[in-house]
Design a protein around this ligand. Structure first.
Ligand code: SAH
Length: 252
């Protein structure tokens, strides 16, 4: 059995209980070394074989999984954050399906959640933003038609931009082209939940200089939108006047 496991954003205690248990049981762990916190590997038993996938191809990962499976080993494929986002997990699952190898999938805490915690922010504010756009800037991996930063910026809602610190000038230009102003609040969260975590608040207009001034390369998220400013409406859910399934409001 192959277990795909979300490692969480970095802090070793932000893996799920289930994920940690699987690490403890594993005979082989293949982890995404460029982003996964190596401290998580201390959960592995002494006999466990550990491979870093950073220098491996998909074919090599699959071969390692197949050999492990043939030996009757428990294999954990450890991906950063939640594997459902930019995890390149689908191609592995499809290949395992073809080979008839069984797998399961344990989600993780994504870095976009850890970034909100670092910012002490809520992405969805009444009257301000009720949607979150999770995206990236087109780089060596292109983005499909109608899925560009310009397209999404038109909504004016919360945007979480992955994998884009290296393309920040282009990102800032496209955000404005799409409709945010240079004054729209923005933030860069570096290594959310790691001991080295840093939060830089800025605006769309100062985003690029913020990224450069602090040498923010990989392991950073860019957040954009009015959720970062102070204005919002209070929630209906906790409004004394509002009636819902679990509470009667005080207004007739
Ligand atoms: N599946 C992962 C994302 C993998 S893509 C998740 O759910 O978080 C890798 C990108 O994620 C990085 O380039 C960076 O933009 C972002 N990232 C991953 N961990 C991060 C962290 N702890 N803090 C900030 N950004 C992070």
């Amino acid at each position: 059995m192959i277990h795909f496991v979300g490692a969480g954003p970095g802090a070793p205690d932000l893996i799920t209980v289930r994920g940690k248990k699987l690490l403890e049981e594993a005979d082989l762990i293949i982890y995404a070394g460029s982003l996964v916190n190596k401290e998580l590997l201390t959960n592995a038993k002494e006999s466990c074989i550990v491979k870093d996938s950073a220098s491996m191809t998909l074919e090599e990962v699959l071969k390692a999984m197949e050999e492990s499976e043939a030996k009757g080993f428990v294999t954990v494929r450890l991906h950063t954050g939640d594997p459902c986002l930019y995890g390149a997990i689908r191609e592995q699952m499809d290949a395992l399906d073809k080979k008839g190898i069984d797998y399961d999938y344990t989600p993780g805490v994504s870095s976009f959640s850890a970034a909100a915690a670092a910012l002490r922010a809520e992405y969805t504010l009444p009257g301000i933003s009720q949607s979150v756009i999770i995206t990236r800037t087109a780089g060596r991996t292109p983005v499909p038609d109608k899925q560009t930063i310009v397209d999404y910026a038109q909504h004016g809602t919360t945007m979480v931009v992955f994998l884009s610190t290296g393309l920040v000038e282009k990102l800032a230009i496209q955000l404005v082209e799409g409709g945010y102003t240079a004054q729209t609040p923005a933030a860069v969260v570096y290594k959310a939940s790691w001991p080295e975590e840093r939060v830089y608040r800025c605006t769309v207009g100062t985003l690029a200089e913020t990224v450069h001034a602090h040498h923010l390369k990989n392991t950073a998220l860019i957040l954009v939108g009015p959720f970062l400013s102070s204005a919002y409406e209070r929630s209906k859910l906790y409004d004394p006047e509002f009636t819902h399934g679990f509470r009667k409001g005080n207004k007739e």
